[in-house]
Design a protein around this ligand. Structure first.
Ligand code: DAH
Length: 359
């Protein structure tokens, strides 16, 4: 090559090297600035300078234009630049942003907590507990009795002697080994056990499971739950019975629920009645649930029949009493608008979990 041209080329390449050097220092400057200004933006920094189409990568491409004798120098300078940028990036990444610092020291107590999955009580248990607590507030205590009962406690003592037609009202499961034994058909049997203990006065409620030989459907089941109530004292009256049940219905449903008593028949009470409340579904206007009457029956009740008192060795001339019995399923269905009894024993979690927050 002619010396003239060679000199020209050398001058040109030197100029390019100078240019590269100034570009490197310019970029270094802007890296520095960005790193100081945008302290909390490590990721933006990385994309801008170190990413695959970032400025550092781009300037690396300048190596192509560097004269062979300057390559080493340019390579060192470019590597130093890259290292510089990486260091800055790491600093940015590890430094806590002023915003993060502020929030890390202060817990925001107004944030909602993480919801933990909680179990739920069975609706029957919810309602049973509610019934118990209402009666406990007016001095009733809980009494329990066996589910396998004998004829005397389930029927005979309750004024239902053998061959009494009212025994047919309740289809009974008998125990094959002993025809005197059966699965109790109602919790009224606990009344008898309690009266036989002979401690007076009596003010008890008896929650429990009962069994009847019924075909399972939306409206009937072979087992269900009842709460029996019994009050025996020297001057217990029908007015006491009514007031007790008024109190119960208002506490259980709502304060201005309408209540009515209808005459009825039970062998163990005289007089007997059934208590209705105004339909919770239609408010008394008439719907399918109340069969268009506006009323739904929720319990049976009455004054304890003197024969029952005498069967339990209580002097019926001195003592009187009232009793009542209600089905927990029925009250639960009304309260939560459930239309199929079978849901209670299927234990489908989709059904049960709806009662997590029920009261
Ligand atoms: N034992 C009745 C039944 O299972 C319910 C009942 C009605 C209980 C009237 C009573 C009562 O104590 O007085 O259908």
């Amino acid at each position: 090559m002619l010396p003239f041209f060679k000199n020209l080329l050398v001058a040109y390449l030197r100029a390019r090297m100078e240019e590269l050097k100034s570009k490197i220092s310019e970029l270094k400057e802007s890296i520095n600035q960005f790193a100081t200004e945008e302290k909390n933006k490590a990721e933006t920094f990385r994309i801008r300078f170190l990413g695959s189409s970032g400025l550092v990568k781009k300037i690396m491409g300048e190596m192509r234009n560097v004269a062979p004798e300057n390559r080493k120098q340019a390579g060192l300078a470019l590597n130093a630049l890259k290292q510089f940028a990486e260091e800055k990036y790491n600093q940015l990444k590890n430094s806590v942003s002023p915003e993060a610092e502020r929030t890390s020291n202060h817990q925001d107590l107004t944030l909602p907590g993480n919801e933990l999955p909680v179990g739920s009580r069975h609706p029957i248990s919810i309602v049973r507990n509610r019934i118990i607590s209402i009666f406990q507030r007016i001095g009733f205590t809980v009494a329990e009795g066996p589910e396998v009962e004998d004829d005397w406690h389930n029927f005979t003592a309750l004024n239902l002697p053998e061959n009494h037609p009212a025994r047919d009202m309740q289809d009974t499961f008998y125990v094959r080994r002993n025809p005197d034994w059966m699965l109790r058909t109602h919790t009224s049997s606990v009344q008898v056990r309690e009266m036989e203990r002979g401690e007076l006065p009596i003010r008890i409620i008896c929650p429990g499971r009962v069994y009847r030989n019924e075909t399972i459907s939306a409206r009937a089941h072979c087992f269900f739950h009842q709460v029996e109530g019994l009050y025996v004292e020297e001057n217990a009256s029908f007015a006491d019975l009514k007031q007790t049940l008024y109190f119960f219905a208002r506490e259980m449903f709502f304060q201005d629920v309408k209540i009515r008593f209808r005459p009825s028949y039970f062998p163990f009470t005289e007089p007997s009645a059934e208590m209705d409340i105004s339909c919770l579904i239609c408010g008394g206007k008439g719907c399918n649930v109340c069969k268009h009457t506006g009323w739904v029956e929720i319990l049976g009740c009455g004054m304890v029949h003197p024969n029952v008192l005498e069967n339990c060795k209580i002097d019926s001339h001195k003592y009187t009493g009232f009793a009542f019995g209600m089905g927990i399923e029925r009250i639960t269905m009304l309260k939560y608008q459930i239309n199929d009894l079978r849901l209670f024993s299927e234990n489908d979690v989709r059904f049960l979990k709806q009662f997590t927050h029920a009261i």
